[in-house]
Design a binder for this molecule. Sequence first.
Ligand code: AMP
Length: 156
Amino acid sequence: MIEEHLQEMMLQRRQKFMIPASLVATVNVNNSLDHAFLVLTKDRYAKIIVVDNENHYRGQLSLAMITDRLLETERINVNKLNELTVADVMQTDAPVIQEPFDIEENLHLMIDQSFLAVVNQQDQFCGIVTRRELLKTVSYTLHEFGKKYKVISKNK
Ligand code: AMP
């Protein structure tokens, strides 16, 4: 459990936690890999979200996932970019969350993930919580806590 005063301070930044879906680069599950390759290269994100036509969250896609699928024994077969779709190579087992303000869960999952996709109860994509924003929140709390609270050691 996170100490309640620390949690309260962290939640003061709650409006910054989630980048809304409208500002997040996505690709459609039916897009060709050709298109996805361009989006990932141009946007320079390590991984992006995959959605379907109804904005349901479907998975995540990185350049490494694409190049891995293009690899043949001694070369990269770029012709496959037109033959395959995002659905053929995307990752579907990344953790997703429904509650962007559950700091305990976010901290736990973000040890291994640079961002978490947020979905609603209908599985529609709502936005992402990034490790960057979470770290900013932790930094803010560590710096501001002493200005608001006096800590007394239980050992004295
Ligand atoms: P950050 O913590 O800001 O470096 O973001 C971590 C990861 O989240 C990035 O490498 C991207 O994969 C993803 N990401 C962050 N912001 C966006 C965005 N606006 N659109 C799509 N993906 C994003």
